[in-house]
Design a protein around this ligand. Structure first.
Ligand code: RIB
Ligand code: CA
Length: 326
């Protein structure tokens, strides 16, 4: 099994929670650490939420690094669920994990350089606004060779936006950072709303999270409390868990379909955050991204549920986390 060295850059966030817990239970991923950014909620709250999730997973070996508290240029906006703030203790119990002293951007730079120094590369799994990643790339462009790919949940190409009629939230929250990342030359894999909207999780799926011990129970609490279904928009019950698609793609890429395209983003004006993909090569620009267009809904849902259940095995002593099995 090839293991990906991964930094998860996140703004937890309910769907980030699913992605982080899924990653921390997946032996295919060597999670070097979490780099945290403001997005869904403030940086203070995303850091608190990340620490709670690492504590719940029993993976105290995975450091949490605080990063950017706001976007590069535009005024700050928060997610639709900004009212969540930090996950309250009844939903997600407090733990004993505190953030590392090293800033997230420094952590990304140091990790990429360290990987390159031994002929390896890291994968950045970016599931929040791209501010930390952009800062690492502009402060030290020499880190690019140490980054194999940036797998980012973001953008909307054939789907309409959901934070504005034209923009997906992660890109909308920091379009300048997205532009820097798209133009960096680092291989980009984008998971847009076009695809994440294809896999809808229902109350029956959330029930199955409960096989995952305390971590699964917390995830059940979060998804049951903050209903993300939208039958008017999706035409059927359920709601997406956007961020977990990035983890699933790393573990089981065969569940996904993708195509190469030149992608760009609007960084100003009314349609700030609008993303476009030149699928039909009208712009005569070389492709700079792999755009994931489709997902096997059942396969993805079952994979997420199965990985969350491993937290229950861990709690019962049947498996150890972090990639080795008892
Ligand atoms: O548009 C969905 C994205 O915005 C997800 O990453 C969600 O957590 C929010 O950050
Ligand atoms: Ca997120």
């Amino acid at each position: 099994m090839t293991r990906h060295k991964v930094i998860i850059d996140a703004d937890p966030g309910v769907d980030d929670a699913a992605a982080i817990l899924m990653a921390l239970a997946s032996p295919e991923l060597d999670v070097l650490g979490l780099s945290i950014v403001a997005g869904n909620v403030s940086l203070a709250d995303t850091v608190t939420n990340a620490c709670k999730l690492v504590a719940l997973s029993g993976r105290g070996d995975v450091p949490v690094h605080a990063g950017a508290s706001g976007p590069l240029v535009r005024e700050q906006v928060f997610g639709k669920y900004a009212r969540i703030g930090s996950f309250n203790d009844e939903l997600v119990p407090a733990g004993d994990i505190v953030p590392a002293k090293e800033n997230a951007v420094q952590f990304i730079i140091r990790s990429a350089r360290a990987a390159a120094s031994i002929g390896e590369q890291i994968t950045i799994c970016a599931i929040g606004p791209l501010t930390n990643v952009a800062l690492a790339l502009i402060q030290h462009p020499d880190v690019a060779p140490g980054i194999r790919q940036i797998v980012s949940m973001g953008g909307a190409f054939t789907a309409l936006g959901h934070r504005t009629p034209w923009a997906e939230f992660n890109i909308y929250a920091d379009p300048h950072a997205a532009e820097i990342v798209f133009q960096s030359g680092v291989p980009i894999v984008l998971m847009p709303l076009d695809m994440t909207f294809q896999a809808l999780f229902t109350a029956e799926h959330f029930e199955r999270f409960q096989a995952g011990g305390e971590a699964g129970a917390a995830l059940y609490n979060l998804f049951s409390t903050f209903d993300r279904s939208d039958e008017k928009r999706f035409g059927r019950p359920g709601g997406p868990i956007h961020d977990a698609t990035t983890i699933a793609w790393l573990i089981r890429p065969e569940l996904f379909t993708s195509r190469e395209a030149f992608v760009g983003v609007q960084v100003s004006g009314l349609t700030m955050g609008y993303t476009y993909a030149d699928f039909y090569k009208k712009l005569d620009r070389a492709a700079n991204a792999t755009v994931v267009t489709d997902v096997d809904e059942t396969g993805f849902i079952d994979l997420l549920i199965e990985r969350i259940a491993r937290h229950g095995d861990h709690a019962a002593g049947r498996k150890t986390m972090g990639g080795s099995h008892a």
